[in-house]
Ligand binder design. Structure first.
Ligand code: ACO
Length: 700
């Protein structure tokens, strides 16, 4: 039985805060429950009345004398604690708190919220909200929400952190005939979060696709691993908060803190979730998926009666990363046999302006057999002879019976309206604007097959005690000696190096490694070495060595007067490409433990050197990533082309780079205290990938 069964399918529902005033929110919820046709016990609660809207009204939950599966609370914030005490006494199973005025309003609201939670926990009551619209489960005739309309039954489960998003989506869904299995507003997520719902949605055969509007993720790491493990049901997520302005609005909306957009985008993509950017995309992608669209090969054939719009649509599809391939010889010759000589049998297939429904049918029949095509877009524009309704009918037939996925686009206004109405009345998606179709299809076809990498076992690192000793609540660099030991333990290729204080020690080192060498300051002394003139590369002879040593000694003494001078002498790595590898942790040190929250460590990769911040040519992947994902990561920024061997040059040691990235993954899983890693540069040559400059920063 699903964990949330009494919430989804309650036998009895109490509504606290109903009134004889039909416009009060409690009354609206009662009315919505009645209109939904709820067949169980409906128990209005208000000590002022004995009967409201024909239902017996009780003074309190405890005084109903009934087992209450679900209590919906719609009284002002200062009365919620009292109602919760009553709910505890009545042994209520689930409570939905509609009331606003908690964490989102500041510290006092936050305290009140925690008191509510304490009562719920000690009485074993699970909570939805507060600050929410409620819940609607059309299949069980439950509409415990104050939405203006009833959701149609269907197969989309939708969870939203904003009630207003629920109502807007619902309104549009009614117009387009899209139905829902569950429609949930989670508000401040004091107890139940998106994770609880997701778990039940995966287990419920009624749910075909899951949609979410989330301002903040209760535990990113848990969310993405759950999504990655269930590729059979697509999750479509709208997550705002890219701009600083919207991040601060999020905080005052539900009292949440927005995370880094790069981390979230990377994590969701890796897990195989579809991240949409607009309300329109959210709706359209859910609509297409609910109709049974499977994310298959990313190839589209366009069939149309409109030359110009066909060409424009092709451009738009290609721009959105969708392939519009050449049709096979076989397909083209079959098309030639049934189409007039003026038609074009390339892709887009132009049936020419006078195409009637039959011509569409013959072309679609042929295209359906072409194995290189994943989806057929049927584009219809309204010429005088166009059979809008007949074409809509046959397109619909192919949509439900045909072998290929078909997405119809009836471009125009009033004249194409009947086609739009007819196809959507059959619960199938249909578009009027090419922009909408392309953006939704682009999101769908771009979504990845999730990767579920073998989690590298969190073997404890050898230096855990030392790392712990240097880790505090403040973000701080680890000492270079320890960094070197940890990196060596993880198998990272490091340049041979030595900490030296005197010219004699330096000469001894050069005797071992030979020229050219590098001399530089330690990270803990100077962070940006080039800016502070604390890095001497390519030292070829003793004269240059003397000069570098004495200059650097002066710089260090000036920076840290009275402190004994120490610097790093290093072998100079041969010519290669300079790379940047960075790591940033989302969440705290306990992020990988069940108690932790956040997405974990994000690896950033791109061109290294002193201009990294100017180029901003970076790609990212979330730990743990598979070898395939690491290979894609390397190929994404422009420097990937150089590594692969650009302009006739030999390819560089990509296998060694992958090994380095895998070692970094091991390292952060062994030492989750690492909050940031900065390797700039790592130098990749034809046979090595060496972490020349490496810094670790830790934080609890
Ligand atoms: N038990 C039973 N009934 C009670 C109790 C109690 N302990 N205390 C008060 N009541 C009664 C009141 O007497 C009143 O009935 P009456 O009109 O007959 O006197 C009824 O409950 C409602 O109380 P009011 O004080 O009238 O409160 P009102 O209904 O105006 O507001 C509400 C309550 C809706 C919960 C309000 O405080 C609130 O939080 N509004 C915002 C809700 C919101 O926006 N939530 C997020 C939604 S998501 C979105 O963005 C769309």
């Amino acid at each position: 039985m699903p964990k949330l069964e009494p919430l989804f399918n309650p036998k009895s529902v109490a509504i606290v805060g109903v009134s004889v005033d039909p416009n009060k929110i409690g009354s609206v919820i009662l009315r919505n429950m009645i209109d939904a046709g709820f067949a169980g016990d409906l128990l209005p609660i208000n000590p002022k009345y004995t009967n409201v809207f024909g239902h017996e009204c009780y003074p309190s939950l405890a005084q109903t004398g009934k087992q209450i599966d679900l209590a919906v609370i719609s009284v002002p914030a200062d009365k919620v604690l009292g109602v919760m005490q009553d709910a505890a006494q009545a042994k209520v199973k689930f409570a939905v708190i509609i009331t606003a005025g908690f964490r989102e309003t500041g510290a006092a609201g936050g305290d009140l919220e925690q008191q509510v939670l304490r009562i719920a926990r000690s009485a074993g009551i699970r909570l939805l909200g507060p600050n929410c619209l409620g819940i609607s489960v059309p299949g069980s005739s439950v509409n415990a929400s104050f939405a203006a309309t009833q959701a149609l039954p269907g197969n989309v489960a939708f969870v939203s952190q904003s009630g207003a998003f629920n109502t807007a989506l619902l309104d549009l869904a009614l117009e387009r005939n899209l139905g829902f299995s569950h429609f949930v507003s989670i508000g401040n997520k004091l107890d139940l979060s998106e994770l609880d719902f997701l778990e039940d949605f995966y287990a419920d055969p009624q749910v075909k696709v899951i949609g979410m509007y989330l301002e903040e993720f209760s535990d990113g790491n848990d969310l993405v691993s759950m999504i990655a493990q269930h590729p059979e049901k697509k999750v479509v997520i709208l997550h705002p908060g890219e701009s600083e302005q919207s991040k601060s609005a999020i905080s005052s909306h539900t009292g949440s803190l927005a995370g880094s957009s790069r981390v979230i985008k990377t994590a969701l993509r890796q897990a195989g979730a579809i991240q949409v950017e607009t309300f329109e995309e959210l709706f359209n992608v859910l609509w297409i998926l609910e109709a049974g669209f499977k994310v298959t090969q990313n190839t589209v054939a366009v069939v149309t009666n409109a030359g110009g719009p066909g060409i424009m649509l092709t451009d738009m599809l290609v721009k959105a990363g969708i392939q519009v391939p050449k049709l096979s010889e076989q397909t083209q010759s079959e098309l030639k046999q049934v189409l007039p000589p003026t038609a074009s049998t390339h892709n887009p297939v132009d049936l020419v302006g006078d195409a009637l429904a039959e011509r569409y049918a013959s072309a679609i029949d042929i295209l359906e057999k072409d194995q290189s095509i994943g989806t057929i877009v049927v584009l219809v524009t309204p010429q005088l002879v166009t059979q809008v309704e007949d074409t809509a009918k046959l397109v619909y037939q192919h949509m439900i019976e045909g072998e290929k996925q078909i997405v119809p686009l009836f471009m125009g206004g009033e004249f194409v309206e009947p086609a739009i109405k007819r196809i959507s009345s059959y619960n199938q998606p249909v578009f009027q604007y090419p922009e909408q179709l392309v953006s939704a299809l682009g999101k769908l076809l771009d979504s990845k097959t999730p990767s579920v990498p073998n989690l590298i076992l969190p073997i404890q690192g050898k230096y855990l005690a030392e790392v712990d000793a240097q880790t505090t609540t403040e973000l701080k660099p680890l000492s270079q000696g320890l960094v070197y030991q940890m990196a060596t333990e993880a198998g990272i290729d490091l340049p041979r190096q030595k900490l030296i204080s005197t010219m004699d020690e330096l000469m001894g080192f050069v005797g071992e490694v030979h020229y050219p060498v590098v001399l530089k300051a330690r990270a803990e002394d100077i962070l940006h070495k080039t800016d502070a003139k604390a890095l001497y590369l390519n030292i070829h002879d003793v004269e240059e060595l003397h000069a570098a040593f004495s200059e650097l000694s002066t710089t260090l003494t000036n920076q840290n007067p009275g402190k004994p001078v120490q610097m790093i002498a290093q072998e100079q790595i041969g010519t290669g490409e300079e790379l940047l590898i960075g790591v940033k942790r989302d969440g705290r040190k306990d992020v990988y433990l069940p108690t932790g929250r956040g997405f974990g460590h994000l690896i950033l990769f791109g061109k290294g050197g002193i201009y990294t911040e100017i180029y901003k040519d970076l790609a990212s992947v979330l730990v743990p990533a598979t070898t395939r994902e690491l290979t894609q990561l390397i190929a994404e920024p422009k420097v990937g082309q150089i590594i692969a061997g650009a302009r006739g040059k030999a390819p560089l040691a990509q296998d060694k780079l992958i090994f380095l990235l895998e070692s970094i993954q091991k390292l952060v899983l062994r030492y989750p205290q690492i909050a940031e890693i900065d390797i700039n540069p790592a130098i990749i040559t034809t046979d090595r990938c060496v972490a020349v400059d490496i810094k670790f920063l830790t934080q609890l």
